[in-house]
Design a protein around this ligand. Structure first.
Ligand SMILES: [Fe+2]
Ligand SMILES: [Fe+2]
Length: 205
């Protein structure tokens, strides 16, 4: 089953769709918190501040969209308000753990420096994914004539990807080799996550 079909199944069932929006909101919030956690106390720059602010806005915006389909649903991020809660949390956590392991081995980094490298590569992989996922989701929303919209997120995610590339070029001239490794890790985790999402969606049907 491909991404479009999975999202179509989700969007067609209002309670599942609400949970999906909440799950994306959870992911955005976790991402935002991660970016903030990676900030250097006094060397943080404008790009990082902008990025954290926008990811926080995405979490808020997606949560607000739930009101268009199921007002009063999914008020928090508790497990029964998310789709595939275990795999959802696992995706971000494992991506971080496995990417850190690779970066530590490859660059011999520690503490603050490792944190910053992880911010760059993990965020890059997530942005590549976001640039694939949100446009397909919007396509489904438009085809289903839904009031929910993610166009403003798509625009900002495209900006994030460009900003991450700029920062990565600055970090290492051969960044693409390492980014590809982290993307490999991300790809495997995303596949597992999507499978769990599909299972959860079918369970509702
Ligand atoms: Fe985002
Ligand atoms: Fe982003």
């Amino acid at each position: 089953m491909d991404l479009y079909n999975t999202l179509q199944d989700i969007v067609q069932q209002a309670p599942v769709h609400s949970k999906w929006l909440n799950t994306l909101s959870y992911m955005e919030n976790a991402g935002a918190r991660k970016i903030s956690a990676c900030e250097h106390t006094d060397k943080v720059n404008l790009i990082q501040l902008k990025h954290a602010a926008e990811e926080h806005r995405h979490a808020y915006y997606l949560k607000k969209q739930i009101g268009k389909i199921n007002p009063g649903a999914c008020l928090t991020y508790q497990a029964d308000e998310l789709l595939a809660p275990i795999h959802t949390k696992q995706y971000l956590h494992q991506l971080d753990v496995q990417a850190c392991r690779y970066l530590k081995q490859t660059f011999g980094l520690q503490k603050e420096a490792l944190k910053y490298a992880a911010y760059l590569f993990v965020t890059y992989a997530i942005e590549v994914r976001a640039d694939e996922l949100y446009p397909v989701y919007q396509e489904v929303l438009t085809a289903q004539k839904q009031k929910v919209m993610v166009k403003s997120i798509i625009l900002e995610e495209e900006g994030h990807l460009e900003e991450m590339i700029q920062q990565l070029q600055h970090f290492a001239p051969d960044w693409q080799i390492h980014a590809a490794k982290v993307q490999e890790i991300e790809h495997a985790l995303f596949t597992q996550w999507m499978r769990a999402i599909q299972t959860a969606t079918l369970a509702h049907a």
